[in-house]
Design a binder for this molecule. Structure first.
Ligand SMILES: COc1ccc(S(=O)(=O)[C@H](CC(=O)O)C(F)F)cc1
Ligand SMILES: [Zn+2]
Length: 160
């Protein structure tokens, strides 16, 4: 992202606006919490779930046109998207395509944890990596035990 937008505070807050019927709410909360943990584990950034008031990162499951000028495309294709840091209301927000089958990994469907970890990289200001196998590489690939690539770590530590 041009201009390397980053947050001007490290204690970030988030809220899950709605839940997918594909998984139970607790599993969804857990997937997001672990996805945030991927980044907080290698940077000074913290993430706190906040049920009311303004938050930095709003998380939604939406399909097709959902009011941000970037409609989703049905099953497969674009799986999710997230907005880089900034002062606008949509900055940092992450949208997940409800037309995907969100799973806890393995089998068919898309791992919510892996996609969320990638999207939250964007929410923090990371762009895409050219390193195959990096979490921030532009294409989805399931891995049973998510390992950040040195390029991912270099990227987040460069920003924060
Ligand atoms: C590893 O995590 C992801 C990889 C690819 C995607 S994506 O195929 O939905 C990608 C969106 C993105 O890079 O966030 C595409 F441009 F649509 C989402 C998460
Ligand atoms: Zn991406």
């Amino acid at each position: 992202f041009s201009g390397e937008p980053k947050w001007d505070h490290m204690d970030l807050t988030y809220r899950v606006v709605n839940y997918s019927p594909d998984l139970d709410d607790a599993s969804i909360d857990d997937a997001f919490s672990r996805a945030f943990g991927v980044w907080s584990g290698v940077s000074p950034v913290t993430f706190t779930n906040k049920q009311d008031g303004n938050v930095d990162i709003l998380i939604q499951f939406v399909s097709r046109d959902h009011g941000d000028g970037s409609p989703f495309d049905g099953e497969s294709g674009v799986l999710a998207h997230a907005y880089s840091p900034g002062r606008s209301p949509i900055s940092g927000d992450a949208h997940f395509d409800e037309d995907e089958l969100w799973t806890q990994g393995g089998g068919n469907g898309i791992s919510l944890f892996i996609v969320a970890a990638h999207e939250f990289g964007h929410s923090l200001g990371l762009g895409h990596s050219s390193t195959q196998g990096a979490l921030m590489y532009p294409t989805y690939a399931y891995q049973a035990n998510l390992q950040l690539n040195p390029d991912d770590v270099a990227g987040i530590q460069y920003l924060y």
